[in-house]
Design a protein around this ligand. Structure first.
Ligand code: XBP
Ligand code: MG
Length: 236
């Protein structure tokens, strides 16, 4: 029996990656006096590393190996750069990043039917809050009984921890929950926690492997803009 919907955030609730996270990283680099610049295409590769801090660290180690920072100081450097990035993310999401089609409708239908709402994301909790406030409403965060985010769990997607955390906090069995995701990493995380998953693809993820998903659609759809089924059975 369906008791709760667990939403991913980036790429699922809204298209935050290309137009908010990516430019926020670039603005932070610029503020820090770094000539690093992540293009739309290159950012697609970097998305394989989940978590903003983890992504910066990976980039420094893989692409800026001459960067003069000793390894023991890298953690602190990454934390400070990520804080600057989050400041810009907060500014960029205000009034600018809408919810994807069907997200609001599905959340409202769920609330009417007594289906509970939760979030399971790799993103920083402050960024999640900023997006929910601007894209849903000032009380958007309170729509979700549980917001499992960022470093609240020791390891990020594709490991199941963030979904396990959300399911436990809801005091439900994983079989009674349904995850809404946009990426292969999110799918792996949800399924490893025993949560059935619907995928709504986007431009960064549409060619990924979603064979484990119960349903793959191009969006949650609106009455005047129905979703298209890419694989699976939308029967119920
Ligand atoms: C999104 C991510 C994050 C964001 C940036 O994952 O992987 O790294 O790109 O997040 P999900 P930060 O789709 O599971 O939410 O807030 O850490 O910078
Ligand atoms: Mg996502």
């Amino acid at each position: 029996e369906l008791r709760a919907l667990i939403f991913d955030v980036d790429g699922t609730l809204a298209e935050t990656e290309r137009d908010a996270h990516r430019p926020a990283f670039n603005r932070a680099f610029s503020e820090a006096g770094l000539d690093w610049e992540w293009s739309v295409e290159f950012y697609g590769e970097l998305l394989e590393i989940g978590g903003g801090k983890e992504r910066i660290r990976h980039y420094v180690q893989q692409y800026q190996s001459d960067f003069p920072i000793p390894n023991q100081d890298l953690d602190q450097f990454v934390v400070e750069l990520h804080e600057i990035k989050n400041k810009y993310f907060g500014q960029l999401v205000v009034d600018r990043i809408p919810l994807r089609p069907g997200v609001m409708r599905l959340m409202q239908e769920a609330q009417r039917e007594g289906v509970r709402l939760a979030i399971a994301t790799t993103s920083d909790p402050h960024n999640v809050e900023a997006l929910l406030k601007s894209a849903i409403s000032p009380d958007g965060p309170s729509w979700f009984e549980v917001i499992a985010a960022g470093d609240m769990v020791p390891v990020k997607k594709p490991e199941p921890d963030v979904y396990q955390y959300a399911v436990q906090a809801l005091k439900l069995n994983p079989e009674d929950c349904l995850a809404i995701e946009d990426s292969n990493q999110g799918l792996l995380a949800a399924k490893a926690a025993g949560v059935k998953t619907v995928i709504t693809v986007n431009n960064y993820t549409r060619n990924q492997d979603f064979s484990k998903a119960e349903l793959v659609i191009d969006s949650l759809g609106e009455p005047d803009e129905p979703f298209r089924v890419l694989s699976g059975d939308a029967g119920e």
